[in-house]
Design a protein around this ligand. Sequence first.
Ligand SMILES: [Zn+2]
Length: 298
Amino acid sequence: MTMQTPSNVAPTKTLTIPERRYPMVTHVISEALFPDMQSEVANCPNCSAPISAPVDRSVWVIDHPHPLVPELKIERAFVDDGGIEFYSFASDGKTFARHFIPTIRYLFAREAMPLEMFVEELASTVVPGLPVITRMITKAFFKARQSKTMNCPNPRCKMPISVSVPTDEIGEEPVVWMVGQAHPLPLSGMDLKVMRIVFVSGEIHIYSVSVDGNNGVRDRVPMNQLGLSEEGMGAEMFCTELEDAENDDEEDDEVDDPSLDPGTQTAPVHDPIPDSDHVTATPATAPATNGQQIQQPS
Ligand SMILES: [Zn+2]
């Protein structure tokens, strides 16, 4: 037996991508992050050249092409406090990339999980004796669209074609979420029913279950997308909540009282001679608040 030289044996090193774990981020909607981003919207009826139009949002879907680098496939995404991280790689197994979107740039992130885990997660959101959100309105995730006539990009055709493009010119339909009703955003082709809406540290979490009963999803929407929320409750809870709100209001009033606000104590009341340094260095806002309070009783 002859010894093989190392050059004859290609050193094969197989790496295995770590297994997926749940809850798993499957869909993200973010702002369109490149100004010239286009997507194919139609084919020319004359020469079948593909027609592109600007996109208003980027949609990131697991196992689908990366919206900015289509050669890459998105393998995994993770939401944390600062934003969302995407791990993607090319089919040649040679190019790997990680992209990061900060929280202020994304509008929606969906985490999918098996039903068992979903039931546990859902149960952990329940705080007995507190009102629950029954209805909510958020801003539209996609811009309204309008027909626009474009010329076919094929220079030998140039046929005028009407395409639908995102626009700022017409108003947007807000999205209405109702607990116990169908999920309002068609995204994954999965029929979902909204089960619960909760606010969690600056985010809205919407729990929905698939109509076939096999999966659950948690949609995470930053709070700045919220338009309105409604909590339905019984008479007893209503009175308790009202009382709490009254008490909160009193506490707020106490803070508003200038004598309790440490900020006003820095006003230079002991200094009768206002020199020019003082006038510029001391903000006049604190005494002005006092003045308003004194005027009111007259
Ligand atoms: Zn054409």
